[in-house]
Design a binder for this molecule. Structure first.
Ligand SMILES: Nc1ncnc2c1ncn2[C@@H]1O[C@H](COP(=O)(O)OP(=O)(O)OP(=O)(O)O)[C@@H](O)[C@H]1O
Ligand SMILES: O=P(O)(O)OC[C@@]1(O)O[C@H](CO)[C@@H](O)[C@@H]1O
Length: 311
């Protein structure tokens, strides 16, 4: 069973505008709404890939109900800890050049006792064969060391964690050596306090420093430049797939879903890379934060190219 944890889910409003004017009036068109937040997107993608998951985290107020209803409607098993306030709405605006501007709200306040309730819920659902996906930002009130503490605590129960976070959450979380991580190139550079590496070799040099006896898989996503897959088995580079881009919001989450499924199904690194590339590219072919249909993902798999950098 894959358990996805979203501390700070969101209703994602995606809209188009020809030119985004900062400090001016922008009239949006083609506004669509999706139940989102990184872990929620991972669960939606797993469903598209034909896999069950259990979605949890924090929800609040009427927006929280919208997300819960959407997951129920999709048939995704879920149980959230309910807190005061209202789950956030995040605005994603794409201009005519397909440049994305994201305006993410902070989300409702979460007390430490709510976090305790969440950890108990996760431990109730997960067992040593489970992968727990911790992804996204946390709500106000939650400390940056939370993922680090959760990774350590879940490890005591033999549960493996896949971490996708940025900034301090990532920096702290890494210290607890999660089983798998998916930084993008910016997050990787930020972690090491260096400029974003330009070459694949320099990116690999940073990424391999994060592999260790417990962190067995490092995937570095590089947006339109593809991704790197590092494990003790091999180091692989996959160039980006040629697709008709609709919205890249959630492409990273699609990749995380494919990583979790690949690990659960014990795929080889090469098979896992193919699934990740096809699933993440598929997410870019849909509007908003919807995953692609399985047939689309299957077709995209044929386009994946793999360059072996080591192993
Ligand atoms: N324009 C694109 N065309 C095809 N595939 C893409 C494109 N953009 C992203 N992808 C795929 O999605 C993967 C993840 O994208 P990206 O590196 O932007 O993730 P991210 O930074 O975690 O994004 P987010 O947090 O917004 O989901 C890439 O490695 C690539 O495989
Ligand atoms: O504020 P966070 O938690 O970092 O990111 C939240 C978010 O931008 O991530 C998803 C796309 O990856 C969206 O569904 C959601 O709005």
């Amino acid at each position: 069973m894959i358990v996805t944890v979203t501390f700070n889910p969101a209703i994602d409003k995606t809209a188009l505008v020809d030119t985004l004017v900062v400090g001016g009036l922008n009239r949006l068109r083609d506004v669509r709404q999706d139940a989102g937040g990184k872990g929620v997107n991972v669960s939606k993608t797993l469903l598209a890939l034909g896999s069950n998951s259990f979605a949890t985290g924090f929800l609040a107020g009427s927006s929280g109900r919208v997300i819960e209803d959407s997951l129920d409607h999709l048939g995704i098993e879920n149980e959230f800890v309910w807190v005061e306030g209202n789950t956030r709405t995040n605005l994603k605006v794409l201009n005519a050049k397909m440049e994305l501007t994201e305006l993410n709200e902070p989300g409702p306040y979460v007390e430490m006792e709510d976090v305790q309730a969440l950890v108990e819920l996760i431990k109730k659902k997960a067992d040593p064969s489970s992968y727990v996906v911790l992804s996204g930002n946390v709500s106000p009130g939650v400390e940056n060391k939370i993922y680090k503490e959760m990774i350590a605590s879940l490890r005591e129960s033999g549960i493996r964690v896949l971490l996708d976070a940025d900034g301090e959450l990532f920096k702290e979380g890494i210290q607890a050596k999660p089983y798998a991580i998916k930084p993008n190139r910016f997050e990787l550079a930020q972690y090491f306090g260096v400029r974003e590496p330009e070459s694949l070799e320099d990116t690999v040099m940073l990424g391999e420093k994060l592999l260790n006896d417990q962190t067995r898989l490092v995937v570095i996503s590089m947006g339109g430049e593809g991704a790197l897959f590092l494990s003790e088995e091999a180091f692989l580079y996959c160039p980006v797939l040629p697709i008709d881009l609709k919205s890249s919001v959630g492409a990273g989450d699609a990749m995380v879903a494919a990583m979790a499924l690949g690990l659960e199904n014990k795929l080889s690194l090469e098979e896992l890379a193919i699934l990740c590339m096809a699933t993440s590219a598929g997410a870019c072919t849909t509007e908003g934060t919807q995953p692609a249909r399985l047939e689309v993902i299957e077709d995209l798999k044929d386009l994946v190219q793999i360059e072996r950098m080591r192993g």
